[in-house]
Write a protein that binds this ligand. Structure first.
Ligand code: ADE
Length: 262
């Protein structure tokens, strides 16, 4: 997978390439990366990359010519790469898009700045317009890093575990189960017994159930596009019954009774 970032601040990416999963993926030749300065493609002594908007108004617009030349140059060595413009007006980046991007040979990530880029660039050169969320950043550089990291995780051989990405939150439109590590007891809160049992089947079952329940509680929107199986409905129903039992016990015997009922 080839990532070419077009930006007026390529130095921002130097530390990004140097750490963690990105650095490992580069060393293992799983990804190739480069951050190219759009200014190098701008004409004139001052290599200007922005200009005032036609029609007036505040802010500046990224000029079309330097961007067009930078994209064309990137395409020479990566003819099948897809071009991605980072913009708050784009489609929201989600895990399924990370998976789709990982299936391409390369991505040319165009980092907008100022008020935006000349519209003719979007029409002529851009395959995807992508936003990382409904907020405004000063430029697309952080958004490009987010995409590079999420996509790199999907490239086989970049993660520690054999199939860690497959178990990630969102991999099946479910949040991941809870995680615990030592100490076994922390300020009166104990690690769930089942995780200490060594019974792998029971642990898998517990993990799946908690993953389903926490998705239901925290991000019910994720279940909208994912029909529940009969088994999953039963899990949620059982959990509702357990909650009812707890509330009932508490209403009869007070809060102290709960510790005994768990
Ligand atoms: N550029 C500015 N804001 C952005 C956002 N939310 N996502 C992607 N690119 C951006």
């Amino acid at each position: 997978m080839n990532f070419i970032v077009l930006t007026i601040f390529p130095e921002l990416f130097d530390p990004f390439w140097e750490y963690g999963i990105i650095s490992r993926a580069i060393k293992r030749n799983k990804i190739n990366v480069s951050a190219v300065n759009i200014r190098d493609f701008a004409a004139g002594k001052h290599r200007v990359t922005d200009d005032r908007p036609y029609g007036g108004g505040c802010g500046m617009v990224m000029k079309a010519e330097p961007l067009a030349s930078a994209i064309r140059a990137a395409k020479i060595t990566n003819s099948s790469a897809k071009t991605v413009l980072l913009t708050p007006q784009g489609r929201t980046f989600k895990q399924n898009l990370a998976r789709e991007f990982a299936s391409h040979k390369g991505l040319i990530l165009v980092c907008g700045r100022y008020e935006g880029v000349d519209e003719r660039i979007c029409e002529e050169f851009i395959d995807y317009e992508i936003s990382i969320g409904d907020y405004i950043l000063t430029g697309g550089e952080l958004a490009a890093m987010v995409i590079i990291e999420a996509v790199t995780r999907m490239v086989p051989g970049t993660l520690g575990g054999v199939d860690s990405a497959g178990k990630d939150t969102f991999s099946d439109n479910l949040l991941e189960h809870a995680h615990y590590t030592r100490p076994r007891s922390l300020e009166g809160e104990d690690v769930p017994e089942v995780l200490l049992s060594g019974n792998h089947k029971a642990i898998e079952k517990w993990r799946f159930e908690t993953s389903l329940i926490r998705t239901f509680l925290k991000r019910r929107d994720l279940l909208k596009d994912r029909p529940l199986s009969r088994q999953e409905i039963e899990i949620l129903k059982k959990w509702c019954r357990d909650i009812e039992k707890i509330i009932h016990t508490q209403s009869l015997f007070g809060f102290d009774a709960l510790s005994g009922s768990q």
